[in-house]
Design a protein. Structure first.
Length: 110
C-alpha cells in the first residue's frame, strides 16, 4: 500500500455543543464507521480548543473526505450534527483545510 496522505481540517462548533459532539462521536454508528473505511479514511483524531475542533486524519487519497461527506449515511449524520456544528448551504460541514507545513517521523526524516 502506498503511503497514506495526512489531511487536517478546522471545524467550528455552535455554543455549548462540545459535550453532545463528544457523546455522538463516542457512540458513532457502525454503518458510518464502515463508510469511513470504505472511502479510504484510515485514521481520524479529533482535538478541541474552545469552540473549534481540529480533525487530523490519514487517508488513502486526497478526495476521501469529499466522498465521505457526499455519502448518504454522512448526510444523515449531518442532520444529527446540525444543531452542534456549522454547515454550508449544501449540507456539507463548514470547514477549512489546514496546510501541512512540517512532519517528522523518527527514522524516516522530514
Amino acid at each position: 500500500m502506498a503511503d497514506l496522505v495526512r489531511k487536517a481540517f478546522l471545524l467550528k462548533l455552535k455554543p455549548n455543543a462540545l459535550e453532545q459532539y463528544i457523546h455522538w462521536h463516542d457512540n458513532i454508528w457502525p454503518g458510518l464507521q464502515e463508510e469511513i473505511a470504505r472511502q479510504g479514511i484510515a485514521e481520524i483524531t479529533l482535538f478541541n480548543l474552545d469552540d473549534m475542533i481540529v480533525l487530523v486524519s490519514r487517508v488513502e487519497d486526497p478526495d476521501a473526505w469529499e466522498r465521505l461527506w457526499s455519502s448518504d449515511i454522512h448526510k444523515r449524520w449531518g442532520e444529527l450534527m446540525d444543531p452542534l456544528m456549522h454547515y454550508r448551504d449544501d449540507g456539507v460541514i463548514e470547514s477549512r483545510e489546514l496546510r501541512e507545513i512540517w512532519h517528522f517521523e523518527p527514522g524516516r526524516g522530514a
